[in-house]
Write a protein that binds this ligand. Structure first.
Ligand code: CP3
Length: 347
């Protein structure tokens, strides 16, 4: 049975350390790859690429073919959920996402409660195509944004340096803000379950903006909604493997792990190694945490940065990754250098 073949990536999430850590990169399908840029130009807009099953499957597979990573992540975006909730979502070239701001209680009252999952059918079709094309040893990751992070874009209508509009709305109109969060929790559960059904072997919940919240707000808007999503997914799929990425959570990470029930946390490059080993990696697997800038720099600085990640975390359950997404200007030769060092050095 090919699909049941052992996957080192899944084994780590199940609690078994691998002598060579499995690896992939956040944003591994993207603009640093010439073959991605070619498909992207052919597809038209960014959302057109996300919703074209053949092309989305193709760009998902590109980094696997080129680098032999242990996991593929389905090519899509966290903002397809607001799109399926009827919000207008556009990606301006060179500027990032633009949505119609959902910034007062009257607007929230008009928000759809159930997403139109028919709009997301191309994502599920892309997952099926990728899963059938992938080597059984390679895992397929589905994902969604955490409600807090998705809400920050829905409220502001765009990315901002510190997501102040959503933080402000959560203080001024907590009930209306909670309605947005609740809609995102419910629909994210259905979305993740549908991705598992379409062939995803594991899930990641991206909370890119977790680090801008004070502890009490973090508990309410980041931890608790994530906990509810995981509870909802596991009510149907009890052994679902789930990675959390509460970027910038710092000292609040152990509490996040305990409360949410994630199998792993993705950590950024600012994490303090001894703290992570003792308070986090002793409980769950750790994913990370190379600085994407070290990958751009290359040379001896990259070698040192890779060695640091291995020295800090490879004695325990580790999935080697970056601390955040790979940047478009990253040289491909540096990615190859990183992979060689992770796979040759240890074993
Ligand atoms: O990792 C992968 O290869 C899978 C695909 C993926 C994308 N976005 C594709 C994408 C994933 C997992 C995401 C998640 C995502 N999207 C997050 C959370 C992770 C993170 O990076 O913090 C967030 C905050 C978004 C929202 C989003 N999408 C922003 C802010 C932007 C603009 C920034 C940018 O890099 O341009 C996007 C666009 C986007 N999503 C691109 C890609 C490859 C670039 C658009 C393009 O190719 O034209």
């Amino acid at each position: 049975m090919p699909q049941s073949a052992k996957k080192p990536f899944i084994d780590v999430l199940s609690g078994q350390r691998q002598s060579t850590p499995p690896m992939w990169m956040m944003r591994q399908a993207g603009r640093y790859l010439p073959e991605y840029r070619e498909v992207r130009a052919k597809a038209g807009g960014f959302l057109d690429l996300c919703f074209n099953p053949e092309l989305a499957a193709e760009v998902t597979l590109q980094p696997i073919r080129r680098f032999g990573f242990d996991a593929a992540i389905i090519f899509s975006d966290i903002l397809v959920i607001p799109y399926a909730l009827g919000r207008s979502v556009r990606f301006e070239v060179g500027e990032g996402p633009r949505l119609d701001p959902l910034d007062d209680p009257a607007k929230v009252a008009t928000l759809m409660r159930r997403a139109d999952f028919g709009k997301l059918e191309p994502v599920f079709e892309a997952l099926r195509i990728v899963r059938s094309a992938l080597d059984p040893k390679v895992a397929l990751i589905g994902f969604c944004g955490a409600p807090w992070t998705v809400a920050t874009y829905m409220v502001a209508g765009q990315g901002t340096p510190d997501q102040a509009p959503a933080r402000m709305m959560a203080y001024r109109h907590p009930e209306a803000f909670a309605e947005i969060i609740d809609a995102l929790v419910e629909n994210s559960i259905q979305y993740l379950l549908a991705q598992l059904d379409a062939g995803a072997n594991a899930l990641q919940i991206f909370d890119t903006w977790a680090g801008v919240l004070p502890p009490a707000e973090f508990a309410r808007w980041s931890v608790e909604p994530t906990r509810r999503i995981i509870e909802g997914v596991r009510a149907k799929v009890p052994d679902a493997k789930i990675i959390g990425f509460p970027r910038g959570a710092g000292a609040l990470l152990p509490g996040y792990v305990e409360a949410t029930g994630v199998n792993a946390v993705s950590i950024d490059w600012t994490a303090e190694p001894a703290f992570i080993r003792e308070r986090v990696q002793s409980k769950v697997a750790v994913q990370g945490n190379l600085d994407p800038l070290a990958l751009i720099a290359g040379g001896a600085a990259l070698d040192r940065a890779v060695d640091d990640v291995l020295t800090n975390f490879a004695q325990g359950r580790l999935i080697f990754n970056l601390g955040h997404g790979i940047q478009p200007e990253t040289p491909i030769a540096h990615v190859e250098q990183m992979i060689k060092r992770v796979r040759d050095g240890r074993g």
